[in-house]
Ligand binder design. Structure first.
Ligand code: ADP
Ligand code: MG
Length: 922
């Protein structure tokens, strides 16, 4: 009989493997949005995503509700890497009966402990900072929705206070603390709704006697243990409490925690594995003794795993084994064993004394006799075996749960093997000498791919709770400071509506003959009066100057479509910024080289010239350069006819193979190229190195050109929008600095908020300020970031890529010799998002003005129009086009705007303009 009893208590390895599998299944169930509600292993999110970084500083209060005590702790951190935190603590016994009474009484008592502790440990003059942040360790199952918001789901461990389940326990504690502070203090307390407000207001207020305590974080004891073990520079990512109850928490990949919106990084999940088996998953391991213990408990059928492993139950399990064996006459034969009927006579303390005393039969006899039993020699031996079996099983089951968690972590992190620190604490861990050995050996057998190192938590959960509180405050302070830096870059809908209205005003001004000179948007006529109709034909040369590359192209337009060949040529900076003659001579050299290579020297081909700089066009082939942009500054060109400059150069070089017929802005080229495929395309937009737009305007509105018939494409040159000061209210410190360092300060102000040449620079300026404010890189100076243009606009694209692993962001930053932490990467992404969002929104506000004007022009309620778009920023940035389109829909709801990407608009478009002109000329 005794052998049979011992056998039911020992679990073979295959069964443990099966149990581990069940545990993993249940964990997944708890994490998934669909199945979370039914899951027994709740996998509760804790909203703890960061571990201490050592810069935490200040006083932090912790109050911990334990089985029969309230523990208070005051931790002082010095920002020195948390090497030598100063700690003071005090323990208060819970009054008799309070665990079964009213909830209010319990929280009032906790608040009293806090007040008393504070009055004993701090004198009012030691610290002028009045607001004291508090971390609350509350070891019961809660549904947490924020770090400081947690609704109690159920009591356990013998607690059953009324009026608490379903309530936010943070709020209950805060209310009780505020009540302690007295009615005169209450106003002050509730007046400061957040930590900052209360702290700020306290700086000017006269020091008062009691300090305002604010509950900023709530956590489970398991989480506190993990954070306690996370100190001294090593990360602890799993914690287990093997105590009266049993529980475990670990750092899970945040995207797996579907019950929260957090997707990047990791979040600590409180498994609440004590309830494992409540759906029957443990039935085959549950012995009749466990059954009896469960039935006698206050919550039968619940917390079945906990009842097999928690020290609250181990003594009871042994007692039921003894009852059964006595009834079968296998033990205590012929003696009176009625005392065993009494619940709780045999305690876990007895149990631990017996198992830790390997060979002392006398110890067993002493304990049993003290209970009033008369054991024989054989009874004592058996007693020893039973105790070892029960407590050994508890350790083995803990190890199996741990193995499940380790394997799950290893799998979900895509690792072949996992090395991890596991913080452990609790009565069973501290009291059973073989616990750690069993934990390690069994979990190793069940999860051989994982290597766990056990860290004993000597300080319990209090120190960790202080750290959580400190980290929470650090993050809140940082959030506040980050928002302050980024606020000027965040535009409201009203801001955008205003920009749209301003753009419209400037457009009207630019179109008017008299008002044109004072407009920042020049609204240049292009002498392009029609978009393609599809009948264009012939071979054309095209030049593309003013983009990233200078190109020469040949374009063949036939009934079957368009074919092109092109070559990229380099314009050395010396020529870009040298004399005009040199520049145009160089261009002709490139054309000659191209025609030679393409075997096109014998023909005289019409040439369309895409020239992406603002020009005062007076005819299709006559255009005076108004100003250089984008890094060009060749002398002797501004005010000259660019077509003539090109013709003169051809003459100098005696090149007869071409005839310049049209000068085209790249926006116009883009519109024409898309117009060839979509007749509704009557707008061109560029968002690349610079930004600009053009659209088909009614001739009668174009005051700067004679004639009222038909339409003409207007090159807006909207990059200069705001150069007359009308956007000054939008410019931030960062925009100001970026503008000042360009070769054209004060010019192209709209462009400098939007286009690729500047976004990286804006981000760099923000990062510099954030570093200075200690918000990034822990305030370490970063010389590399001082270099102009080191932060490329293409980095924004990479960093903002959805779902990009943070380690890839890190790699980019490492390239810049920036040593970025995980949190730095998250912040960096936010900065990039803010800058690119603003750019897209401003671009949308400009476009909204354009499409709304076209709709009015045509007198329709609803306008359907297509925008031909070019530019690498628009094409390659992961969010720009989406943000642009969403904002445009919002700002111009009566326009149905389609966006069409232009394929080589500059080349194709210039040829199409030439073709349309050619057709008109013949
Ligand atoms: P351009 O406007 O000079 O004709 P592009 O349209 O190719 O030429 O734009 C080039 C600009 O696009 C570069 O100056 C750079 O700022 C930006 N850029 C380059 N790569 C990316 C990228 N991956 N994401 C966003 N912007 C980019
Ligand atoms: Mg371009």
């Amino acid at each position: 009989q005794i052998q049979r009893a011992l056998r039911t208590l020992s679990i073979p390895l295959e069964r443990l493997h099966i149990m581990k599998g069940h545990m993993i299944e249940d964990m997944c169930k708890g994490l998934s949005r669909q199945t979370h509600a039914q899951a027994k292993v709740r996998m509760l999110p804790t909203y703890i995503c960061s571990t201490p970084n050592g810069t935490e500083k200040g006083n932090f209060l912790v109050v911990e509700l334990c089985q029969s005590q309230v523990r208070t702790l005051l931790v002082t951190l010095y920002g020195d890497g948390n090497l030598s935190p100063q700690m003071m603590y005090k323990i208060y016994d819970l009054p008799e009966g309070i665990t079964q009474g009213e909830g209010e009484a319990l929280f009032d008592f906790i608040a009293q402990c806090v007040t008393q502790f504070l009055s004993e440990t701090t004198s009012s003059d030691t610290d002028s900072e009045q607001c004291l942040p508090l971390g609350f360790v509350f070891p019961f199952t809660c549904r947490q929705t924020q770090l400081d918001k947690a609704e109690l789901l159920s009591w356990s461990k013998g607690f059953n206070c009324s009026g608490v389940v379903g309530k936010d326990v943070v709020e209950l504690l805060q209310a009780a603390i505020d009540k302690q502070a007295g009615p005169d203090k209450e106003g002050e307390a509730s007046g400061g709704s957040g930590w900052f407000k209360s702290r700020k207001s306290s700086q000017s207020a006269a020091p008062s006697q009691s300090r305002h305590v604010e509950v900023v974080a709530l956590m489970n004891d398991t989480v506190g243990t993990m954070m306690t073990c996370s100190m001294e520079g090593r990360a602890c990512e799993v914690a287990m409490v093997a105590d009266k109850g049993s529980n475990c928490c670990f750092m899970a990949e945040a995207y797996l925690v579907e019950t929260t919106d957090e997707t990047s990084g990791r979040m600590c999940v409180n498994t609440e594995w004590g309830c494992f088996g409540d759906d029957g998953a443990l039935n085959d391991l549950f012995t009749p003794y466990d059954q009896a213990v469960d039935e006698e408990s206050s919550n039968p059928g619940e917390k079945r795993f906990e009842k097999m492993v928690g020290t609250l139950y181990l003594g009871e399990i042994v007692r039921h084994v003894l009852i059964a064996l006595t009834a079968e006459k296998a033990m205590f034969t012929g003696t009176d064993a009625a005392v065993l009927k009494e619940k709780g006579v045999f305690t876990t303390q007895h149990l631990l004394e017996i198992v830790n005393n390997e060979d002392s039969i006398t110890e067993v006899r002493r304990i049993l006799e003290a209970l009033g039993l008369q054991p024989s020699e054989r009874d004592c031996g058996r007693m020893q075996q039973i105790c070892r079996a029960v407590v050994g099983r508890a350790a083995t089951l803990h190890a199996t749960g741990l193995a499940a968690i380790l394997s799950y972590m290893c799998q979900t992190r895509d690792l072949e093997s996992l090395m991890v620190n596991v913080g452990v604490e609790g009565e069973l861990f501290a009291g059973y000498s073989r616990f750690e050995e069993i934990l390690l050996s069994v979990s190793r057998l069940l999860a051989p791919e994982c290597m766990a190192t056990i860290l004993a938590s000597r300080d319990g959960s209090g120190r960790g709770a202080a750290m959580v509180t400190a980290v929470a405050l650090r993050l809140a302070a940082q959030r506040h400071a980050v928002d302050e830096v980024l606020a000027p870059l965040r535009l409201s809908r009203d801001d955008l509506v205003k920009v749209q209205a301003l753009m419209r005003e400037e457009m009207d001004r630019g179109l008017g003959k008299e008002t044109n000179p004072s407009a920042s948007v020049r609204m240049l006529p292009t002498y392009v009066t029609h978009t393609p109709d599809g009948t264009e034909k012939g071979d054309f040369l095209a030049l593309d100057l003013g983009g990233t590359n200078f190109r020469v192209l040949v374009v063949r337009i036939t009934e079957d479509g368009i074919t092109m060949a092109s070559e990229i040529y380099v314009i050395p900076v010396g020529i870009m910024q040298g004399s005009g003659e040199e520049l145009f001579d160089h261009i002709i050299d490139c054309i000659i080289d191209f025609q030679t290579k393409q075997n096109l020297v014998a023909q005289m081909l019409p040439l369309g010239f895409t020239f992406s700089f603002p020009c005062q066009q007076v005819g299709l082939d006559k255009a005076l350069l108004l100003t250089w942009t984008k890094g060009f500054s060749a002398s002797g060109c501004v005010g000259q006819d660019v077509v003539q400059l090109l013709r003169d150069a051809a003459k100098r070089k005696r090149h007869l193979g071409m005839q310049v017929v049209a000068l085209v802005n790249d926006t116009v080229g883009t519109m024409m190229a898309c117009g060839y495929d979509d007749p509704k395309c009557e707008i061109g937009l560029i968002v690349g190195t610079g930004t600009n737009a053009c659209y088909m305007e009614e001739m009668k509105n174009v005051g700067t050109v004679e004639g009222d018939q038909g339409r003409m494409c207007i090159n807006m040159e909207w990059g200069a929008f705001g150069d007359n000061g009308c956007l000054d209210h939008l410019f931030t410190h960062f925009d100001q600095v970026v503008d000042e360092t360009t070769i054209n300060p004060g010019k192209q102000r709209f462009e400098k908020l939007i286009s690729g040449m500047y976004l990286g620079e804006i981000v760099r300026q923000i990062l510099l300020v954030m570093t200075e404010k200690d918000l990034l890189f822990q305030g370490k100076p970063c010389p590399k970031l001082q270099t102009k243009d080191i932060f490329k606009t293409k980095f924004l694209s990479t960093i903002e890529l959805n779902g990009l692993a943070l380690r890839q962001i890190r790699a980019i930053l490492n390239e810049l010799e920036l040593d970025a932490s995980f949190e730095d990467c998250v912040l960096m992404r936010e900065v990039c998002q803010t800058v690119s969002l603003r750019a897209a929104q401003l671009c949308a506000a400009g476009l909204a003005a354009v499409v709304e004007k076209m709709r009015e022009n045509r007198g329709v309620d609803q306008l359907s129009v297509t925008v031909g778009v070019d530019g690498t920023l628009y094409k390659l940035h992961p969010c720009f086009s989406n943000n642009l389109q969403t904002t445009l829909k919002d700002l111009a709801p009566n326009c149905n705007v389609t966006f069409m990407l232009s394929e080589d608009g500059s080349g194709k478009g210039a040829a199409l303009v030439a073709a349309v002109a050619d057709r008109a000329a013949n």
